[in-house]
Design a protein around this ligand. Structure first.
Ligand SMILES: C[S@@+](CC[C@H](N)C(=O)[O-])C[C@H]1O[C@@H](n2cnc3c(N)ncnc32)[C@H](O)[C@@H]1O
Length: 204
């Protein structure tokens, strides 16, 4: 982690507490696979943290399909202390929601957990967001379906993608017109981040 992202001592302490909490929960409740723990700092924490550097002015974040907190809880650890910062985490798995709440309490970060289906959250939620994130959740075309209502209100989508990002962009452009930027991931694995600032569904 330290070689990929530079953070303050306080942030590093929060991330350490989050990592320790995740290891404890995984031992007791089998929350994430052994590969996740093995590569925790480089593949998951640093990979998650890079979205904050891309959106330094953002204060209100929404993370869809937060899982064990990537990137949402890592973002919350980094923006903690910035005036007005908050992260809304959406996750439908009850065990993961319990972990997310417990980890947010333990680390003292400004995160709210919505234990809900994204489809329902997206329809019901009346809050505002600067950035919506999703990592390892769905192909880009589906992410645009889910996040278009937010993006069309000015929220920026920042989506972690793997090596087949070009194929996902081509597929998405069949159904959507969207303004995007592609940023190479700073962490190993050859992935990329797709930043979407505007989108409109193409007429049939
Ligand atoms: C592959 S995991 C990725 C978790 C995390 N973002 C990461 O990068 O490690 C996808 C997560 O999204 C959640 N999820 C999938 N579809 C969902 C939906 N429609 N509503 C809410 N959560 C969903 C799953 O429960 C799971 O925890």
């Amino acid at each position: 982690m330290r070689s990929f992202v530079t953070v303050s001592r306080e942030t590093e302490a929060r991330l350490d507490a989050f990592a320790a909490h995740l290891r404890r929960w995984t031992r007791a409740k089998n929350l994430v696979g052994p590969d996740t723990l093995k590569n925790l700092w480089t593949r998951h924490i640093a990979d998650s943290a890079q979205v904050v550097a891309l959106m330094p002015e953002a204060r209100r974040w929404v993370d869809l399909g937060a899982g064990a907190g990537f990137p949402g809880l890592v973002v919350a650890s980094l923006v903690c202390g910035d005036l007005g910062s908050r992260v809304d985490l959406v996750e439908s798995n009850g065990r993961k929601c319990a972990f997310l709440r417990s980890a947010a309490r333990e680390t003292g970060v400004p995160a709210t957990v919505h234990c809900d289906r994204i489809e329902r959250f997206a329809t019901d939620w009346s809050g505002a967001a600067d950035v919506v994130t999703a990592r390892a959740l769905a192909p880009l075309v589906k992410l645009l379906d889910l996040t278009a209502p937010l993006i069309q209100k000015g929220c920026v989508g920042v989506f972690h993608k793997g090596q087949d990002v070009e194929r996902e962009l081509t597929e998405a452009s069949t159904y959507w017109t969207f303004a995007h930027e592609l940023v190479s991931s700073r962490t190993p694995g050859g992935g990329a981040l797709v930043i979407v600032r505007d989108c409109e569904r193409k007429s049939a």
